[in-house]
Design a protein around this ligand. Structure first.
Ligand code: GUN
Length: 279
């Protein structure tokens, strides 16, 4: 069994674009609303990664009481700011904010989260059109590629069908000629599907959702879950201790997919800046 070390690969990827960053001088703006502890932690990691890469980082922080109009106005202002190359609005947002409208407001060329319908739509076409793919799926593909894990022809089972992980990773796996099954909360018999997976990708947010009896011997297991236990420690959606005895490759939590999401955001920021600099 091999651990898929996202932390090490993330550092390697960040190192590999430092020179590009020093030429391009990209700027990433992050809009953070409220005090969600997970969001504060994610944003801290994104800031650190920007500093390591040599990307200028700007944070716009607002209280959870910000109105939809105020938030949209700020996004428009950053869209128009030629000094900013990438813009992300950290999710989740407070309940009174309508997220689809927020995502739609971000200029597609600055949408380094890859959440805008324009970038999602391009991603549907083929790998060549994955210009700004969503950061977590992009990070997962980078991780599998780094460890030379073949995707073509494999049975890939994705558990979770969110717009930011489950749906886009399903599409990116299909783009690479996998046979993809996407399971979700309404799936009748989850284990019947997961047992068939050569590559199992789990993005639900429920501790120990995936137990060893649900996994095929030799499967590649990618755990996108990020759950906090009552004692404050972090864990994924997969019962790591038991499933790692059956898997050929498995991501740890923390240190697997999380750092790869940050690395992918950095790569997207560099890519967006390069494209904006083209005549
Ligand atoms: N919340 C959880 N994951 C993400 C992400 O990739 N981007 C943003 N903006 N918010 C998130």
């Amino acid at each position: 069994m091999t651990i898929l070390d996202g932390k090490a690969l993330s550092e390697e990827l960040i190192d590999s674009v430092k020179e590009k960053a020093s030429n391009l001088k990209p700027t990433l703006a992050v809009i953070l609303v409220g005090e969600n502890p997970a969001s504060l932690a994610y944003v801290k990691n994104k800031k650190k990664a920007c500093e390591k890469t040599g990307i200028e980082y700007i944070e716009y922080k607002y209280p959870a009481t910000i109105t939809q109009e105020e938030l949209l106005k700020k996004i428009e202002e950053v869209n128009q700011d030629d000094n900013v190359n990438g813009l992300i609005v950290q999710l989740p947002l407070p309940d009174h904010i309508y997220v689809p409208e927020v995502i739609k407001a971000v200029a597609p060329k600055k949408d380094v989260d890859g959440f805008h319908a324009y970038n999602i739509g391009k991603m549907f076409l083929s790998p060549e059109f994955e210009d700004l793919p969503p950061a977590t799926p992009f990070g997962i593909v980078k991780l599998l590629d780094h460890y030379d894990i073949p995707i073509e022809g494999k049975d890939v089972v994705v558990v979770g069908h969110s717009n930011i992980v489950g749906k886009p990773i399903s599409m990116m796996m299909l783009n690479r000629n996998a046979t993809v099954t996407t399971c979700h909360i309404y799936t009748k018999d989850l284990a019947a599907h997961t047992k068939n997976a050569d590559i199992l990708i789990v993005a639900v947010g429920k501790e120990k959702l995936i137990t060893a009896d649900m996994v095929k011997d030799g499967a590649v297991v990618v755990d996108v879950g990020m759950n906090r236990r009552e004692d404050g420690s972090l864990c994924g959606d997969v019962d790591f201790d038991e499933v790692s005895k059956k898997a050929s490759y498995i991501t740890p939590v923390p240190g697997g997919v999380g750092p790869m999401t940050v690395a992918a955001l950095i790569l997207n920021t560099i890519r967006a800046t390069e494209r904006q600099n083209q005549p």
